[in-house]
Design a protein around this ligand. Structure first.
Ligand SMILES: *Cc1c(COP(=O)(O)O)cnc(C)c1O
Length: 345
């Protein structure tokens, strides 16, 4: 079975990075965790490095190691999950920078690699990762004596500009870090859009680079075309797909396309998503199967070779809304079976 084609527009990616960078005086890093949100950490990071990005952020040490091989020496690679047990050799050998999250991680790092660079992640209210204000207060001077490269924290509600949580976290971050003479970072994509007060020395956008909300001005980066495997005419009263998920009220022409939930078309899209033949929309009929979907093409004058799920007509956030999720989940679910094409960069 021919697979779908995922096209990643690296020029649009670089434009998004440059446009976010233009909003700030701070350094613009780039978050490329989860295989660059499903789009391919190798090509994405190479394109951003070529455009001038010098600081990259990933979730785990394995991701950081693979990124070091992609980028070579030079760019700084930060690890959000910090210095985990078993990762010491990789961190040392590849010059990675863990963002230490806890007393346990501080101890591990200072004992195993006393000279190696590190940053510190502070919890300003999200209660997910990082040292809490009281812990930080107690250990701050010891940590500062080791020369951290970066003090960072993460906003819980940056995609809701009106949320009082933003100002509260900003205040806590300042209380924890003012006057310490160490570079600071608080803003991801949402925080970058909140304005200069949130930028400090480095912003670290992720989803906005890949064309997702809350950066609504972004250029689309991901395009997904799915080939038609078979077309059939169904009569009124006939059903389509598992559990008779769709029952035709009138005669319909139905195209079967080669992608399903195993390719990231999450099952919550059943009966809800639209696909596009050029500008014309075509409804997804019935249930999403593992490897296939069925689509109404009754109104098309010709049988298309493929239909577009992600493109100019429909971006990741529109599709996410149809499925009751967020663009991040749509992107990071994109499967491994697609033929991947990279343009530009
Ligand atoms: C994922 C992540 C980012 C990037 O967030 P976006 O909303 O995708 O811009 C930044 N910082 C931390 C700590 C993260 O986990």
């Amino acid at each position: 079975m021919a697979s779908g084609t995922l096209t990643v527009d690296l020029d649009a990616l670089v434009q998004n990075w440059r446009a976010l960078k233009a909003l700030t005086e701070a350094e613009a890093g780039a978050v490329v965790k989860a295989d660059a949100y499903g789009l391919g950490a190798g090509p994405v990071a190479r394109a951003l490095a070529k455009a001038g990005a010098r600081s990259f952020f990933v979730a785990t040490t394995e991701e950081a190691a693979s990124l070091r091989h992609t980028l070579g020496e030079g760019p700084t690679i930060y690890i959000f999950s910090g210095h985990m047990a078993g990762d010491t050799d990789m961190i040392a050998d590849l010059g990675l920078v863990p963002l230490l999250n806890s007393i346990e991680q501080l101890q591990r790092h200072f004992e195993a690699l006393p000279q190696a660079p590190f940053g510190v992640q502070l919890d300003t209210g999200m209660n997910r990762l990082g040292m809490e204000p009281a812990e930080w207060g107690a250990l701050r001077d010891v940590v500062l004596a080791q020369g951290p490269k970066l003090l960072m924290s993460h906003l819980a509600c940056a995609d809701e500009p009106q949320s009082a949580m933003n100002a509260l976290q900003l205040r806590v971050f300042k209380e924890m870090t003012d006057g310490l003479d160490v570079p600071r970072s608080l803003a991801a994509t949402g925080g970058t859009l909140l304005g200069a007060a949130y930028h400090f020395d480095m912003v670290r956008p992720g989803v906005g680079l890949y064309g997702g909300a809350p950066y609504t001005a972004a250029q689309p980066v991901a395009y997904l075309d799915l080939p038609v495997v078979q077309v059939r005419d169904v009569q009124a009263g006939e059903s389509v797909g598992y559990n008779m998920g769709y029952v035709a009220r009138q005669p319909k022409r139905v195209a079967t396309l080669a992608a399903g939930y195993a390719d990231g078309l999450i099952r919550a899209l059943s009966g809800k998503a639209k696909l596009y033949a050029g500008p014309r929309d075509c409804a997804l009929l019935g249930r999403v199967s593992m490897d296939l979907i069925t689509v109404d093409i009754s109104h098309l004058s010709e049988i298309p070779r493929s239909l577009t799920l992600l493109g100019r007509q429909q971006g990741v956030d529109t599709l996410a809304t149809a499925a009751g999720t967020i663009g991040y989940e749509i992107l990071t679910s994109l499967g491994a079976r697609y033929t991947r094409r990279y343009t530009g960069g």
